[in-house]
Design a protein around this ligand. Sequence first.
Ligand SMILES: Cc1cc2nc3c(=O)[nH]c(=O)nc-3n(C[C@H](O)[C@H](O)[C@H](O)COP(=O)(O)OP(=O)(O)OC[C@H]3O[C@@H](n4cnc5c(N)ncnc54)[C@H](O)[C@@H]3O)c2cc1C
Length: 528
Amino acid sequence: MTEEINLRLTPENAASRDRIVREASRLLRIDESAVNDIAVVRRSIDARHKQVMVNLTVRVASGDTATVSPDFTPVAFPDVSQSRHELLIVGAGPAGLFAALKAIELGIRPIVFERGKDVDRRRLDLAALNREGSVNPDSNYCFGEGGAGTFSDGKLFTRSKKRGDVGGILRLLHQHGAREEILVDAHPHIGSDRLPLIIKNIRRTIIESGGEVRFDARVDRLLLAPDRKRVAGVELADGSRFEGDVILATGHSARDVYRMLRAEGVPVEAKGLAIGVRLEHPQELIDSIQYHSPRGRGRWLPPAEYSFVCQAEGRGVYSFCMCPGGVIVPAVSGADQLVVNGMSASARSSIWANSGMVVELHPGDFPEFESEGELQMLALQEWLERRFFEEAGHTLNAPAQRMTDFVAGRASKTIPPSSYLPGLHPARIDTLLPPFIARRLQAGFENFGRRSREFLSDRAILVGLESRTSSPVRIPRDRATLMHPEVAGLYPVGEGAGFAGGIVSAAIDGQNAVKAFAANNHLTQTAE
Ligand SMILES: Cc1cc2nc3c(=O)[nH]c(=O)nc-3n(C[C@H](O)[C@H](O)[C@H](O)COP(=O)(O)OP(=O)(O)OC[C@H]3O[C@@H](n4cnc5c(N)ncnc54)[C@H](O)[C@@H]3O)c2cc1C
């Protein structure tokens, strides 16, 4: 027989198979020797109390059942090389790649256009970016194979469970090389050292199934039918043209795409987003706070995470994309910008913990940009990114200030070491940020400091600017067909269209768009 039970163990016991078996057999009132097989199917850490505990859900095979049957059956991808149905997918981020996989599952041949390079060549551009500050506008932390998700923390936690099959995305990632733990952990993550291999394996699946992935293939124009009510295809930077319906999965940093849409008369809308800074603490400080022990996390617990949120003057102030054991990276995608973000390797082994600390903003909050209409929030982002770049002497040395000095509104006398490779530039971030943002961030930090005294620390620094938390523009779409309401055959998807935030939700959105394409074109019987 196979039974599923919940266990609550100390971190040390949870790391030992023997102790898991002992506890499971005790709860099931069977002898340990009767346990033929056991598998952990869910794991979460409960750090709310002094004694940190690990909650496990385990599946136990006993009696005449020899093994716990695996949950996992790999998806079979058919050969679509001769398919009559093709779909043009612009962008090889999570939305575009998972759209391509779904297309193949449904018997549709995908052609993926990616402005950047494959992950191996992209890595060289990132090295140059960190060492020399030279920015390739088509190959950076935002652009290139795998999109913004490749050189990231690879957190796979999402709240968008209602939108689709989160487990299905995790299983596809596992099928393409991610460790089995991602199917078990409550807060799964992959890490920037493992993501490139997974992305390459996804590319291999697409190509071996008869699809195409084209690198250095920037789409510069959307081709519209003469009545401008239907998409006809795309035109690349080299002038080549492709006909078909278009999944537009270009991410939130493709500002040229928003401008191109506006120039072509395709309606877009201003969208709210959040802007602030990266906050970096020593990881051991976060461990001691979150695990309630001056000795830190010890041998059995992972680097601790945190999450803070509060309201300040009517706006949310919150931590975002926390990277335990991570590093801060220059996430710029063009000249004259200073933007930072966080990433970490699978082991999360750096001595730093960072997170975005941001303030919710709405269109209209900055009247000086309202004349930009639907691109007003993009204009605000650009202005602020330039301001931070200029402050740093036109380099990628990011402006930095101690957290306590930021709250007190004074300059930092010294700046402690940081994970940010290009280097730091001591600055008054409290005056560099517009008062609308700075004031709320100060109030937020005071609030977080009241809830966790050591968190508001002079060992922590702010590094700016964190401005790419989500898209500053929404590309509208019909709720049922997922097509642009005024341009049939155009499917705006993922983070760039304003319908996703994060790797998993972007991947789900990409899949949903292809399912909608299949339904709109009555192709569903070839599928699922
Ligand atoms: C450093 C960093 C760390 C992050 N960490 C996490 C994390 O741990 N967990 C998480 O869930 N999210 C994380 N994110 C956010 C996550 O990466 C994004 O939410 C996700 O990648 C969005 O997916 P997408 O496919 O919609 O867009 P993107 O990933 O942005 O992909 C868009 C793709 O389109 C391409 N493109 C753009 N314009 C064109 C064009 N004109 N022609 C052809 N191609 C084009 C781009 O090159 C890019 O590859 C992180 C982001 C960054 C930058």
